[in-house]
Design a protein around this ligand. Structure first.
Ligand code: NAD
Length: 288
């Protein structure tokens, strides 16, 4: 069997960012300067890395990027007040609230208070409801990146057996909804699937496998169906290395396409964050 083709994120990143840069130019001609605002409560070293990559990418495409850094002791009420101010500010087009938030803040209450037209991570019930109903809105970036990666292989999704491992609101569930819209046959696995010893069975049946569990090498290479498309969204830090959720070398022998970690889905996620930002601007000016 020929080894799988490695599906790098870079070609799609370049394509999406070029489109975004064109979109920004068109908005600039209307005297609109897209601005993405991040809000962070407390000091999370992991989010610093994420911040830097967002800022670099935003600057590359001409989106202004600003951040509000709040102390870890900030109350929920104060955070809500700050977000309400950002909701009303016509110069701010996209908002990101970094999670995890400190334990004394109810993340759902705060996130759900964000203006949905500025919700570039697609976390508000309004945007998730739109996704569920197939109405255009702002869709979680990683789900968009995963689906774009799958489509870049040229596969016809209709009726395909897809297994997704992970059912989070931000990755697994929105990906499942997007793939259902393409009329794929979608199975979603989670902790309980593994507890019952059924994970391997669902992996073996998958023509397309999406993994977003956050468990290094959870998926063994020899479970992969011959010729499967494997999308690994997992990001796990092991000593000084980043690895995914799939045993890469083993999977390479069985799959037709496989995404690397790093250099796969993660890189494309940030590009979709930029795309969501200009989509957000367009949504905001639609009714003006
Ligand atoms: P989460 O912790 O919210 O959800 C993990 C999901 O995986 C849960 O539904 C859980 O049931 C399932 N799971 C965990 N261990 C399992 C096991 N042993 N067997 C079966 N299912 C299991 O995580 P999340 O926010 O969706 O993130 C998942 C992974 O994706 C993490 O590694 C995260 O870093 C990564 N991630 C990547 C990007 C990206 O841009 N590539 C973006 C977001 C998250």
């Amino acid at each position: 069997m020929v080894k799988a083709s490695i599906l790098y994120g870079k070609p799609l990143v370049d394509k999406v960012l070029n489109e975004v840069a064109e979109g920004v130019k068109a908005l600039n001609e209307k005297n609109i300067s897209p601005l993405l605002m991040t809000v962070e409560v407390g000091d999370d070293p992991a989010s610093k890395v994420y911040h830097q990559s967002q800022r670099r990418t935003a600057e590359l495409v001409g989106i202004n990027y600003e951040s509000v850094q709040l102390s870890g002791a900030t109350s929920q009420q104060r955070l809500m007040n700050i977000l309400r101010g950002l909701n009303r500010d016509p110069y701010i087009h996209g908002m990101i609230l970094h999670v995890p938030l400190p334990a004394h803040i109810d993340a759902r209450v705060v996130q759900w208070g964000m203006e949905s037209k500025k919700d570039v991570e697609g976390v508000t019930p309004h945007n998730l409801g739109r996704l569920f109903l197939g109405v255009p809105g702002l869709i979680p970036c990683t789900a968009q990146a995963i689906v774009a990666m799958i489509k870049s292989t040229g596969v016809d999704l209709r009726g395909k057996e897809v297994t997704i491992v992970g059912q989070s609101d931000i990755v697994g569930k929105p990906t499942a909804i997007m793939l259902l819209k393409e009329e794929a046959t979608v199975t979603v696995c989670h902790y309980a699937t593994t507890e019952r010893g059924h994970l391997e069975k669902h992996i073996r049946g998958a023509e397309i496998l999406v993994v977003a569990a956050g468990q290094p090498e959870l998926i063994k290479g020899d479970w992969i169906r011959e010729g499967a498309i494997v999308i690994d969204a997992g990001i796990n830090a092991i000593e000084d290395k980043i690895v995914g959720d799939v045993e890469f070398d083993g999977a390479l022998e069985k799959a037709s396409f496989i995404t690397p970690v790093p250099g796969g889905v993660g890189a494309l996620t940030v590009a979709y964050l930029m795309k969501n930002t200009i989509d957000a601007v367009r949504w905001q000016i639609e009714e003006d």
